[in-house]
Design a protein around this ligand. Structure first.
Ligand code: PMT
Length: 222
């Protein structure tokens, strides 16, 4: 089964946005639809991997055959990622994780009494960076969503978070990135730079999964 080249691998993939509650009816989030992460899960499954998909709230269905772990907040995603990652061969952080959470979540709906309102935020754990600190760590692929200086910022995250690969997308360009059906990626390793041109996220995911496996094999046969 040449097409089942991931048969003995277990991929853990984060996808979608996280939601950080402000009060019982409001939250802070972002425009991630889950499409990119779910397409990676689909492509890895098709290539024969066992797939655990840790997903924030999205409107799309998980691919048949994956283990779906649904979470809402970044801290919930962090907990699940650290539970599943030690058993994985490969960890792909495609989720758009909220960098901050609300310091004091109001237990009742906040009233609009004042004209100005302030919310204090606290930094969330960095999920992919914490996975990279595990004693028993998988091959780790991060994403970088940038609006400027894409290469410089992506390479900075690759080094700082101690990742094996990082897939950068320019989310300032129309028709790609957050919530669109298409994407284009530039994938960086410490020494390489590979372009995956603009295409449907399923096509991009198939190429990315194959590229990740090539680098995984290089690392493990050295
Ligand atoms: O879901 P779609 O609508 O299909 O859109 C896809 C996407 C644009 C969301 C996706 O391709 C993408 O770029 N995902 C990463 C978005 C992001 O949050 O990037 P970042 O540059 O802020 O984070 C860098 C890396 O650290 C990412 O791998 C992120 O998952 C990870 N991270 C960030 C913060 C945090 N607290 N924990 C993390 O693990």
């Amino acid at each position: 089964f040449a097409d089942k080249y991931l048969q003995n691998q277990h991929w853990v993939i984060t996808a979608g946005p996280t939601r950080e509650a402000i009060d019982p009816v409001r939250y802070i989030s972002n425009h991630s639809s889950g499409k990119m992460g779910y397409a990676i899960a689909h492509a890895a499954l098709r290539a024969g991997a066992k797939v655990t998909l840790i997903s924030g709230p999205v409107d799309i269905a998980a691919p048949t055959g994956c283990e779906l772990i649904q979470v809402i907040s970044a801290e919930q995603m962090h907990k699940q990622a650290l539970t599943y990652a030690p058993q994985a061969t490969t960890f792909v952080a495609c989720a758009a994780v909220a960098d901050y959470r609300v310091a004091d979540i109001a237990s009742e709906k906040i009233k609009k009494d004042s004209d100005v309102m302030q919310i204090s935020l606290i930094k969330n754990h960095d999920i992919v960076a914490d996975v990279a600190q595990l004693a028993q760590k998988p091959f780790i692929v991060g994403f970088a969503a940038e609006t400027q200086n894409v290469e410089q910022y992506a390479r900075g995250k690759l080094m700082r978070k101690n990742l094996d690969l990082i897939a950068a997308n320019d989310v300032a360009k129309a028709g790609q990135g957050f919530n669109s059906n298409d994407n284009a990626l530039t994938v960086f390793s410490a020494i390489d730079k590979i372009e995956i041109p603009l295409a449907n996220k399923h096509i991009v995911a198939k190429q990315l999964v194959s590229l990740i496996n090539q680098h995984y094999l290089l690392k493990h046969t050295r």
